[in-house]
Design a protein around this ligand. Sequence first.
Ligand SMILES: Nc1ncnc2c1ncn2[C@@H]1O[C@H](COP(=O)(O)OP(=O)(O)OP(=O)(O)O)[C@@H](O)[C@H]1O
Ligand SMILES: [Mg+2]
Ligand SMILES: [Zn+2]
Length: 513
Amino acid sequence: MLVKTFGSAVYGVNAITITVEVNVSGGQKFFMVGLPDSAVKESEQRIESALKTTGHYYPRTKVVVNLAPADIRKTGTAFDLSIAVGILGATEQLENPERLADYVIMGELSLDGTIQPIKGALPIAIQARKENFKGLIVPKQNAKEAGMVNNLQVYGVEHISDVINFFKDETSLQPTVVNTREEFFNSQYEYEIDFSDVKGQSNIKRALEIAAAGSHNAILIGPPGAGKTMLAKRLPTILPPLSLQEALETTKIHSVAGKLPENSTLISKRPFRSPHHTISDVALVGGGTNPQPGEISLAHNGVLFLDELPEFKRTVLEVMRQPMEERRVTISRAKIAIDFPASFMLISSMNPCPCGYYNHPEKECTCPPGAVQKYLNKISGPLLDRIDLHVEVTPVPFSELSGAENSEPSATIRERVIIAREIQAERYKGVEGIYANAQISSKQLKEICVITQAGQTLLKAAMDKLNLSARAYDRILKVSRTIADLAQSADIKIEHLAEAIQYRSLDREGWAG
Ligand SMILES: Nc1ncnc2c1ncn2[C@@H]1O[C@H](COP(=O)(O)OP(=O)(O)OP(=O)(O)O)[C@@H](O)[C@H]1O
Ligand SMILES: [Mg+2]
Ligand SMILES: [Zn+2]
């Protein structure tokens, strides 16, 4: 007998419905056709064992499994469940097998028939609804994630027997109910950390507020223990809240990567990713034979924190350049190109030199001559070019650390950031792909960041006095535009420029002495 059911293959952040046809007839062999990878092929063993533990039999006759369309590569173990149920249908061990064609069924089987979670349940659910399937059957752990999709019945299952019973009696399982909007709005602002935890450092907080307001990349430079990591971690708490649309985009990427916590639904807070400096190129930007999103995509709509930037391999930082420019990664494979969004703010940190105390107000740097420059050179110039704000962090004295001084909470800072972002949204209305000052090209910069004669004079003097490089010029203009937006000023004033000039430490000739 021939039966048909459906599975789903995930490509990039989208899913493609796969028809699973199972035919059992005379003869004695198991065939799987339609470009399965080795993990899919091995499903026979898992299915055979799972069926036996539930008191069903595995056919000794010829089983042909066809996965269509044949030109799409099927990977992984998640097709186990649809194939197993198909075999049950084809051997007349399942009641109402004609209902199989109404569902997309995905799950990995253990030898005892329990069902293991899968990757990509959210895009699978989105596609199933698009194609008007009656329902989707997924592992219980993925049911809430898939259940976010409206107008689709999503059933979470723990064991293959749940699926068998469901085809016997439709009421044996209850569809998963998720109120996506409610979950989204309830957990939007729940951060466990806050800027008020950081004592003093008002100038650094100000710099991070500017970074957040204009979506500028930043680097924090300072000695060990100065609080760089602590400050960077708090950046998401002052960014504008995610929109529901952005939350869905980010969740999809985490779903595909299998990085959503079990039973979770929407990611409603901006992600903060901080990969270790030993990370590989592929893990950072994405890739692999079955392309998976990298850290830069997991940070989509949030913050990527590269702690101790000079410790990262140069090649790793090089591969990040193009995605940073395009705010997406394209991974090309024989037949298709897969796109992963990667729009993130880069926050990095570094010690000023190998010993950590170069430019320190109290301690002596013990590095040999040339070591500081060499350390800075470990970061590629073009990457450094994409970092608008250089912020020097000096440790807060102990007396201040233990003081009871109350600092401003994230919520208050965030309100100012939101206003500045609204001004930018208005300015860039209708400009494709641009919503913040950091994203404008040098051509747009000339039109948007107009400064007065007095401003030009100041800038010229600063460039000469501090020996700033030419590349610093554009950065200063962009950042001064953001500072003006925070001040709700239509014009870039002298004081805005003067403040922006302070954030170019690494361009100063004196930096590496
Ligand atoms: N301004 C501050 N307010 C409150 N606590 C602080 C402050 N600065 C530093 N600390 C404390 O010092 C610890 C060390 O800070 P952190 O790890 O952020 O420093 P760092 O600059 O990243 O150092 P490293 O270079 O060693 O990574 C923090 O966990 C925090 O407890
Ligand atoms: Mg640190
Ligand atoms: Zn040093």
